[in-house]
Design a protein around this ligand. Sequence first.
Ligand SMILES: Nc1ncnc2c1ncn2[C@@H]1O[C@H](COP(=O)(O)OP(=O)(O)OP(=O)(O)O)[C@@H](O)[C@H]1O
Ligand SMILES: [Mg+2]
Length: 493
Amino acid sequence: MLTKPNMLVVDNNVAILNKCSQLLLSRGYQVRTAESSQEALYIVEKYPADVDIMLLSLELSRLGAMSVIKVLKKTKSKILIMAMSADCGEEAIEAMHAGAYDCIRKTFTVERFWTKINRMIERFRFGRQLDIVKKQRQTLLMKDSHDEDTLQSILNTIPESILILDQQGSLVFYNSNAASLFGLLADMALGLPIEKCVKNKNLLSFITETIKLSLPRHSAGHRESLIEMDDVRLRVFMDSLTSEDDTVIGFLIQLDDISQTSAMDQLKADFMTMVSHELKAPLSALLMQISVVLDGLAGDITTKQKELLGKAKEKTKGMIALVNDLLDLRRIEEGKAVVVIEPLDMAEILQRSIDIMSLSAKDENITFDVNIAKDLPLFSGDKTGMQAVFINLISNAIKFTPNRGRVEVELKKSGKDLRIKVVDTGIGIEKEDIDHIFDRFYRIKTERTKNIGGSGLGLYILKGIVEAHRGTVHVESEIGKGTMFIVSFPLDK
Ligand SMILES: Nc1ncnc2c1ncn2[C@@H]1O[C@H](COP(=O)(O)OP(=O)(O)OP(=O)(O)O)[C@@H](O)[C@H]1O
Ligand SMILES: [Mg+2]
């Protein structure tokens, strides 16, 4: 039987509170309500079993919704949060970034309400099933239990395809959906290395890549990707299974066939890519024209006009950066961070990126110190991706370094790696922020950064590209002194 999640609706607007409660009650869900964040947290603490899904208004007064999300996250709560807001704007992005699962507009129609809530309920059920599978599989890999039949029957009830690998990447378990997806005969594939069972190149390299990334670190890495296999579009999640001392003992791979549901998403995403492409050329032309007027090449301008045009120029630059980010992000999310692999002259790509960025550096009176080693070996990688890595690092260094600062860029061979170092004399990053700067949409908000533009996507994109090339990123920073980013790519394949 399917588990029914319990609901908590939190809003100080009684009309919304009643509307949500009535809809949920009409389908037999148990509903509690709270009119403030304090009351919500009290209910969660006092009756933990009564709250699986929380519909949380982002327009609460006093403590506010963000503090509820933060407290739940801190206590590692499994409650899924649906944010509710008037327009699902920036505060919704912030809430989702902090841990909310989705956002719904308060002006929702009944149909929209159920589409969103049903998606959450599915997520809730899936989380429960995965917990059971993970627990069972963990004990099995530890060889403490022989209850394989029970596990097999649980796995077979799951609508997704599930594969479980041991530490060496050999198949130790799969459910019936996986058997039909990969054409595996009952029990015959057990013990075989994954290369023998999965023929799709992209999927196989995603799996082997994740194994490689997780093993040396003994960490429970979680990765996901979208992969086309024959005519099927799959969303693939891969998670490592760990023993109590955190050593990786195996891997759980879950494959969702999203061919149907993704058709509409695909359309939307394609539209977004198209719009981004279409915006790029006119925005660049606009930037050029503003610069011409600003530099006095079209006649004299007054100080006031200069000031206004300067602002327009900055905003235009911001829009171009956002459009570029959106285009890059699409590539990453489609699992195509590495598009064309070819031997690359990294020195040349770096030099070109520096040339592109040197105008902004000049505007800010920032000195560039470039040090590129001679006779570097060619590196097999994706050219556009490498350029995005360089540009992201350099543009951050320039952006977050005050006037008259210095940015040092170095490219050299270091052991078996190719190493790019970008050092700035900028504002620096707090220790606790360093862990988050690679998250999607994460931007540090302080007095010093509030006027600096950006979307918080640059480093997220960079990390995707670097990992797709088996590289690593290292950051060191000191507040007020500056920041150093080192990206290393292994030269041997
Ligand atoms: N060199 C740096 N010095 C200080 N802070 C930095 C530096 N690089 C990144 N950060 C911090 O990390 C955050 C995330 O960086 P990221 O490049 O992802 O986003 P962004 O530069 O704000 O926007 P985008 O790159 O999408 O235009 C930045 O907003 C900034 O707070
Ligand atoms: Mg950036």
